[in-house]
Design a protein around this ligand. Sequence first.
Ligand SMILES: NC(=O)c1ccc[n+]([C@@H]2O[C@H](COP(=O)([O-])OP(=O)(O)OC[C@H]3O[C@@H](n4cnc5c(N)ncnc54)[C@H](O)[C@@H]3O)[C@@H](O)[C@H]2O)c1
Ligand SMILES: O=C[C@H](O)CS(=O)(=O)O
Length: 485
Amino acid sequence: MTHHLTDSSLFRAQGLIGGRWCDGAAGRTIDVRNPATASSLGSVPDMDGTDAREAIAAAAAAYPAWKRRTHADRAALLERWHALMIENLEDLARILTLEQGKPLDEARGEIRYGASFVKWFAEEARRIGGTTIPSPTPDRRIVVLKEPVGVCGIITPWNFPNAMITRKVAPALAAGCTVVIKPSDFTPYSALALGVLAERAGIPAGVINILTGRPEAIGEELLANETVRKISFTGSTRVGSLLMRGAADGIKRLSLELGGNAPFIVFDDADLDQAVEGVLLSKFRNGGQTCVCANRILVQAGVYEAFRDRLVARVNAMRVGSGLEPGVAIGPMINEAAIAKIERHVADALAKGATVASSAMAAPGPQFVAPVVLTGATTDMLLASEETFGPVAPLFRFETEEEAIALANATPFGLAAYFYTQNLARSWRVGEALEAGMVGLNTGLISTEVAPFGGVKQSGLGREGAQVGIEEYLEMKTFHIGGLG
Ligand SMILES: NC(=O)c1ccc[n+]([C@@H]2O[C@H](COP(=O)([O-])OP(=O)(O)OC[C@H]3O[C@@H](n4cnc5c(N)ncnc54)[C@H](O)[C@@H]3O)[C@@H](O)[C@H]2O)c1
Ligand SMILES: O=C[C@H](O)CS(=O)(=O)O
């Protein structure tokens, strides 16, 4: 039984092009590691530009028929795909934990969350409409038609290897687009399992194509190939900006879901128990490796010590270990580079005067980082300006509301921001002053398929989920009908 899965055929180790499971043209493979043990889970094809060209051609060949199907027909196929994800939830979650590391319960949550986009956009598929516009002359009618963008390149990160794919692919398919997916080379198996289920759901060959392997050559082809009309990317701001430059020559449409540096503000008038629950959710989900994770925790002077003590008590009780072990709150970090960055941030903070407030906890191996609460954080520290992407909770002290807003907005990023207060007027003032695409007031969880997800400033372009998410995959065609006398 492969990796103790009920259905081992979900663990595929080949790419998917035009309905054919295949190796790469060059015959190379890359190893995929379990981050909890650093041992190999298997290998997948290291595909390149030749494979990418073939996948794009397959997506282009499948496009006319997919676009012509009725919206209800596409919706029914998405509903079936959703049902299969739920039926296979345990296996999908196990694959996710094996390659990504997050605790199994969180992986189950991600599968449900990922599936929710498929259901949501199956429903939205039926509601793609157009508009009619009053004509300036009596002999004309003007209608605006909504049409699919065409073949889309979908590039996704390792931290949410299921949901970041479905949040893009579900609206793309609902709109009538076909896709070439390039998942992270660290977490290809979740993507391939989605491909198996899509095939079982009856989604036609070529509508979903999946390329595994290192990103550069595949990325170059997705950018250069004129058949690809849109790139939808989730990942770092560095790669997002590189793709934006690359997409310029072909004037491709872009959706960019990029990095964040979320402030989490606790005012003197906050409900502290709620604020602690909120920060635990926001800071430590996926071991701190979430784009909307609180990166800077700003606490007003009057409640600083009380908040610190409550947070420290909860953090000291967290268990670190393999995501497959029951009761584990923090799994392994994805790789050595991630751990090195977290350690650099903590060392830099300590050198600049921060103090460790939580108990020293031994990590169970070199792949793990124990959670830590730092007090005395200041704006000259690396963790004030860079995304730490790990279980480090730095507490910054502030005195006034104006100071908190200035600190919160002092970043080129603008994905998520959170704040806790019981004061109504302050709620509106601060909510409106924060420069972020998503703001959580008295909540640390803002991710749901029903609400627009996305950032401002260097955190990205466009929105995913919600009613607006499908617009990212639709073009408007204005149809002028003249001569009606
Ligand atoms: N805003 C959001 O919704 C959101 C969601 C999840 C993650 N993120 C961000 O993603 C980052 C973590 O993910 P990551 O480390 O996988 O990001 P990354 O930018 O390194 O990689 C993302 C994807 O891009 C690919 N890629 C890398 N170089 C490429 C190139 N030259 N051409 C084409 N593709 C290329 C990678 O293989 C991967 O599939 C964090 O910054 C996090 O905040 C943002
Ligand atoms: O990493 C950021 C993702 O968008 C995860 S989630 O949508 O907040 O669950």
